[in-house]
Design a protein around this ligand. Structure first.
Ligand code: ASP
Length: 445
């Protein structure tokens, strides 16, 4: 039996799916019918589809800084007990590190078992590695010397630090603070409404992104690294469909199938944008409105997770390290594997969740165990697709941790979590404008 809301829910999710499939289909047909057509390339791949997709990602990115800043200030300023911040922070960081360490350990184990690297592969292209930041530098970079600059440059960790200090101060200045807190709460509502507006564009944006991807994807190097590709994919699926549901059940008792069902939109966003950061508006909506997590927890764990917790990326790095070692015929010792786990876990800290950043931090992991960084050139050709899947895993990891922390802090409304229709009203832009019209027409009659 479908309620009104249920139909609307189907409506939004299926619209996104249809956009995605239509993009893939049109891209595929154009590719087959007009191979190497300059017209298609100029006017569609780098024209229409590029513009639609890029505008959509720009709209999402436009929201990230205001969303994180305002939401986190709201969350921290509403904490009645400031020591809670320490307990939320501690649990979040421990869980983030733990899930990443599990992910990379599984990745290394499978890569050793499957042995994707063939020593006869030759590395023809070169890869210039960027200098990876040191842990000390990451810590120094967390404090914004100029918060406005941090906001304008979208430096997530700096924004988080500033928002926490600011929110904390608001809760400590009595009645004046109450006024300021109320102001930010109102502002938060407005930002969430903008999120709703942008989410309505998702089917079209995702159509453009996928159509462009299918048209421009070069798979020449695929055959030689197919085994690597499928090993990464396999471990990503194990993490997403086995490890996370198990952790969720064990640490919260919540239903994994309800969780996966409600995560669908967020995963589609992550898959098509390849960016945990750009997916943040969707992750916020889902965790707070569809799963009932209180803003106090979600406003801290989600932006932090989008920045520092990249389990999917760590999986790619674990498999890639073993793969490159095999191609270069170098045996890694147990100590070196442990150091890969440690470095891959730490490597994602301080780098934003943006497309392909995992390749940059992979250089850091390879250097740690004295493997040639040029090996990255081998896997770069298939990284675009893997980036999409691992970003979906990254955001799923952030969400599981958020639910675990929220459950332990008793900051989750499980009624909302189990309500299949929860949060759909907020997402339904047509209903929003419909309500305005209805109230106007009621007044008339
Ligand atoms: N694209 C990933 C993310 O934003 C990071 C990466 O693996 O490159 O989460």
């Amino acid at each position: 039996m479908f309620t009104d809301n249920n139909e609307q829910k189907m409506h939004l999710t299926s619209k996104i799916m249809i956009g995605m499939l239509a993009g893939a289909l049109i891209g595929f047909i154009l590719r087959q019918v007009f191979p190497e057509s300059v017209w298609v390339e100029d006017y569609l791949t780098n024209g229409l589809f590029h513009i639609i997709g890029t505008m959509f990602i720009a709209c999402l990115k436009m929201l990230v800084v205001p969303l994180v800043l305002i939401s986190l200030i709201c969350g921290v300023s509403s904490l009645s007990d400031p020591s809670k911040l320490g307990s939320v922070g501690g649990k979040t960081i421990v869980f983030y590190l733990m899930t990443t360490a599990i992910a990379v350990t599984i990745a290394i184990t499978f890569a050793i078992m499957i042995h994707p690297g063939d020593a006869t592969l030759s590395v023809e292209t070169s890869f210039a590695a960027k200098e990876a930041p040191s842990i000390g530098q990451i810590l120094l970079d967390m404090i914004p010397t100029n918060p406005v600059k941090a906001l304008s440059e979208g430096k997530m960790l700096q924004i988080i630090v500033f928002a926490i200090v600011f929110g904390f101060a608001i809760s400590h200045v009595g009645s004046r603070g109450v006024r300021v807190a109320e102001f930010f709460q109102d502002l938060n509502e407005v930002v969430l409404r903008v999120v709703t507006l942008i989410m309505a564009l998702a089917p079209y944006g995702i159509f453009g992104l996928i159509a462009k991807l299918v048209l421009s994807l070069g798979m020449d190097t695929f055959e030689s690294v197919a085994k690597y590709f499928f090993t990464v994919l396999l471990v990503l699926f194990i993490q997403g469909l086995l490890v996370y549901p198990t952790l969720l059940k064990a640490f919260t008792g919540l239903s994994p199938s309800m969780f996966l069902r409600k995560m669908r939109d967020v995963q589609l966003f992550a898959f098509s944008t390849s960016s945990s950061n750009a997916t943040l508006p969707a992750t916020f909506q889902t965790l707070e409105h569809k799963m009932g997590v209180d803003n106090k927890v979600a406003s801290f764990t989600l932006p932090l997770g989008a920045t520092v917790n990249m389990d999917g990326t760590a999986i790619m790095q674990g498999v890639a390290t073993v793969f490159i070692a095999q191609v270069y015929n170098q045996d890694l010792t147990v100590a070196e594997y442990l150091s890969v786990i440690l470095t891959a876990t730490l490597a994602s800290v301080g780098t934003a969740g943006v497309p392909s950043v995992g390749l940059v931090t992979l250089a850091m992991v390879l250097q740690q165990v004295n493997l040639p960084v040029e090996g990255i050139a081998l896997i770069i050709g298939v990284d675009r697709l893997l980036d999409m899947v691992r970003t979906a895993v990254n955001v799923t990891g952030d969400s599981v941790t958020t639910l675990v922390v929220a459950t332990h802090e008793k900051e989750i409304d499980t009624k909302v979590f189990y309500d299949i229709d929860a949060g759909e009203k907020e997402l339904d832009i047509e209903q929003f404008s419909g309500n305005q019209l209805k109230s106007k027409s009621k007044k008339k009659s």
